[in-house]
Design a binder for this molecule. Structure first.
Ligand SMILES: *Cc1c(COP(=O)(O)O)cnc(C)c1O
Length: 355
């Protein structure tokens, strides 16, 4: 740490992204990306947009927002686009969880970035334990008088809670914001977006990274009451008004035009997920039910970290978390059926060599 760095950041544990190794070709099942490339229209749109890179991007993102309205049926005044949904979460923590209302609660096993933002902004955070089966008990969040952030479906568990339970949480905390992170909603679970009309303290965060094959383009958006969107825009214009670059805006518009291609890919991934789950269970794995594009798995015959390392040696990357509650598990992103076949065969080889 340099002598110039604010000492309040000395103990900040930065977010650690999944590996993006450049040394060899892996079957990459570790960061929940789509195994399917973007559609041709998206590639063409990026090329066309690249001809105008001498100009700034549209800071109001009018065309993109309009397209989200058409495809996702959300009023434009209730949408703000961001540089990935991580940036959306950053603005939400900065805007609504600091100051006089600086308390936030989220599950003890969830997306690691929530804790990073809480630490970054010095927010008093409370990690609420999931039940033994990794499910969320919605009653733990009712009337707690704190801001709340829940990924639904949750990551890295894959489990979701029904919409009526989200509504109970939102309803019982009227003086705090409730943020639902819907990074995986296109693979399962019920979206909370329809509740936005009814509750002015509900925030939904979404991304193009997982179901729309645009992780590298960095595009997400927030859906919330107009007044909250105005607050978030104030912070966006006070930090980076051109937060979504011109090529990414064009990619987002084209991806929404090709909606069918992406919903079809989601169906393929869901089918591969269920086949992989069955195959793993027949090999003695515990597999948590998943509404996402990944599975959280463990096998009492092999240590979680060891399985991760053995897979990596053989060219298959999965995600292992070194945290107490899930260190015996691995999170496996669902790839193409061919990739999942290689994954299953490789796991089989490893289990056999362990005997
Ligand atoms: C991947 C992920 C994100 C971040 O996605 P980006 O839009 O790529 O920043 C946010 N929340 C959860 C739960 C995720 O899994």
């Amino acid at each position: 740490m340099s002598k110039f760095f604010n000492t309040k950041f000395a103990n900040l544990d930065a977010y650690v992204p999944g590996e993006q190794p450049q040394d060899m070709q892996y079957i990459k099942l570790n960061t929940n990306e789509s195994p399917y490339r973007t559609s041709q229209n998206v590639i063409d749109a990026a090329k066309t947009a690249s001809l105008k890179l001498n100009l700034y991007s549209d800071p109001n993102m009018s065309e993109l927002t309009h397209k989200i309205q058409q495809v996702c049926r959300i009023p434009e005044s209730k949408i703000m686009c961001t540089n990935g949904s991580d940036e959306a979460l950053n603005f939400v923590f900065m805007a609504f969880c600091t100051g006089s209302n600086n308390k936030v609660a989220f599950p003890d096993v969830t997306y690691g970035f929530y804790k990073v933002f809480a630490q970054l902004y010095n927010i008093d955070f409370n990690e609420i334990s999931l039940k033994d089966d990794f499910s969320i008990d919605y009653r733990d969040y009712c009337g707690i008088n704190k801001n709340i952030v829940i990924a639904n479906p949750n990551a890295p568990t894959g489990l979701s809670i029904p919409l009526w339970q989200i509504e109970e949480i939102v309803k019982s905390n009227p003086n705090n914001t409730v943020t639902i992170d819907e990074a995986y909603i296109d693979f399962g679970g019920e979206s909370a977006v329809p509740l936005i009309e009814k509750y002015s303290n509900l925030i939904v965060v979404r991304t193009f990274s997982k179901s729309r094959s645009l992780a590298g383009a960095r595009l997400g958006y927030v859906v919330a009451d107009e007044e909250l969107i105005q607050d978030l825009n104030k912070l966006r214009f006070s930090t980076n008004p051109y937060n979504v670059n011109a090529m990414t805006q064009a990619c987002g518009i084209a991806a929404l035009q090709d909606n069918f291609y992406y919903t079809d890919n989601c169906k393929k991934i869901v089918a591969a997920r269920e086949n992989t789950k069955k195959a793993l269970e027949s090999m003695g794995f515990d597999v948590i039910n998943s509404d996402t594009n990944f599975l959280l798995i463990k096998n009492d015959k092999i240590d979680g970290k060891l399985l991760y390392l053995e897979l990596k040696k053989r060219g298959v990357l999965v995600r292992h978390f070194n945290t107490e509650r899930i260190k015996q598990y691995n999170r496996v992103t669902i790839g193409t059926p061919e990739q999942m076949k290689v994954f299953i065969n490789t796991v089989n080889d490893i289990l056999r060599s362990q005997k």
